[in-house]
Design a protein around this ligand. Sequence first.
Ligand code: 6R9
Length: 664
Amino acid sequence: MSGDDADVELEARLEEQAEFEPPESFVEQANVTDASVYDEFEENWPECWEGAADLLDWDSDYDQVLDDSNPPFFEWFTNGSLNASANCLDRHLDERGDEAAIEWVGEPTDEADRTYTYAELHREVNEFAAGLREMGVGEGDIVTLYMPMIPELPIAMLACARIGAPHSVVFAGFSADALATRMNAADSEYLVTCDGYYRRGDPLDHLDKANEGLSGVEHEVSDVVVVDRLGDDGFGHDLTDTQRDYDDVVAANEGAEVEPVERDAEDMLFLMYTSGTTGEPKGVKHTTGGYLSWAAWTSQAVLDIKPEDTYFCSADIGWITGHSYIVYGPLALGTTTMMYEGTPDYPERDRLWEIIEEYEATQLYTAPTAIRSFMKWGSEFPDQHDLSSLRLLGTVGEPINPRAWKWYYKHIGNEECPIVDTWWQTETGGMMITTLPGVKKMKPGSAGPPLPGLDVEIVDNAGDQIEPGRAGYLTVQKPWPGMLRTLYKNDERYIDEYWAEYSDTDSDDPDDWVYFPEDGAKIDDDGYITVLGRVDDVINVSGHRLGTMEIESAIVGVEGVAEAAVVGGDHDIKGEAVYAYVITEDGYEGDDDLRARIVEGIEDAIGPIARPEQVVFTPELPKTRSGKIMRRLLEDVANDEELGDTSTLRNPEIVSEIRDQARN
Ligand code: 6R9
């Protein structure tokens, strides 16, 4: 049989196969192999989470695992105290001081990679923490970090954690407006940013965007620290009176040691803004004890991280995945975590595989959208490299279709690595639904059962559990340590957004409180959950959450636009893409010029990730008799599908008109 025939045969076998047992070689060495963990956790709830807390060093012991006396304001490991930076650095120094904590790979291939040992990382974090203190940053002050994938980002995060100043990281690809909105919402008076970074070979001006964002901040920003990433490739910005060069700050504090501040378990470790149904982003609050335990425990149980690993997560630290699974989880476990600045296709489409081969990476955690791109580019790129160091593969951010799953399994994992398809959210702090890789069989297309100790149900509109096979709503029936504690300065919205739907909000009984992540899902007879996607007005583009309202308000801010509706349509690579339907103001033409200004308006308000796939001009939007836009029909148009029921529309004829426009 020729190689090609063997390939075809293998593809055919894979295509049919619906279930995969964990590879023997993996099970033999896995961190968790005992299936009884599910029953044990259930019987021993909530004390089962002591094991997660035990992964950390505590300054003083907690006296209660869970305080559920004031639902939904659950508290975990109450009265315990600890410091996240000490847990990620200091405690590893004795045994792993000379081992790599971070392996950083810049985008330019002719630039030297940077390795930070635990000792070196500890040193620089201390120096920068001293610098922050000097600027007046105190415990509880929120520091905004607006940085791309450079080592100074995790350094700044850990420096903040060391002095008890919560960080709020704003994804570097977000616009100046988005930065300003987040700094305003958090009343943040400090910013750490950089001059620029590299994207597909070109230096990109970041400070210009940061400065523009700062001009939109309504309160005084006392200090801005600027990392010089680009050196001679920089844009020659002069720093202002309030701006300081990062290297100067660190140099001025050479050798400084900053005692880690003892933080209460429930003290805020960080804020992370995420998109919701309304235009205002939500400030998700995570705590020191519960969040860090969750990040560490899931890193160990699901990603199978061991100190001697070289673990690679290709997400951006600007998203929650990078927080939990590039920085906090892996470093809490004392392993080596990789950071890559660039895109997977620069300079060639084998860049990730080259990095994995060179560093002998042991795990790869990435997103379905990336896998679909790799698949499209073809297996010849991974085939050029020795990927045999890989032991486990993971995905996160959106559902993965079985075809992409199987491609990943075969071409990256060589059928020897389990795949963990991990469902979770910014709000959950860490993984929630996925297989334990050394215990459970895998079913491509299904994330798997809830992790031990989690009580997940699929319910109908009334909140009643529904039978396997039918689509319903995902709910979490019991609290867990990594959960968000509230939305920053907005307890009411916290209840509205996540609890009101299925809880008895007048009750003091914690059992009457149900968390609603706003995802649709179904469950099978084995208890495996297939997540179907968002049921709110949030679009998931390449694993990134974008609120349709945010995009719509950006569009109506453009001169010449009267009204706009935005929906998500299917997209081969991105999963979903943005489709915009726009009514022009009288006197304006729906032409290429307006279209270009709309795209620009969206990029200015949010960033290039929200760039629409298509902008369709229409004289009207499909509306119900009560005046609500029927997004469902616009989704049909975006997907070029047969139109659903238009009988409740005030203006049924408009839908086919819009479709004709869209097809042109
Ligand atoms: C970690 C992260 C959360 C939303 C979530 C869901 C979708 C994430 C998924 C998944 C299917 C998976 N999602 N993982 N859907 N299968 N394995 O992505 O956080 O950016 O807050 O997005 O992403 O819709 O509700 P976040």
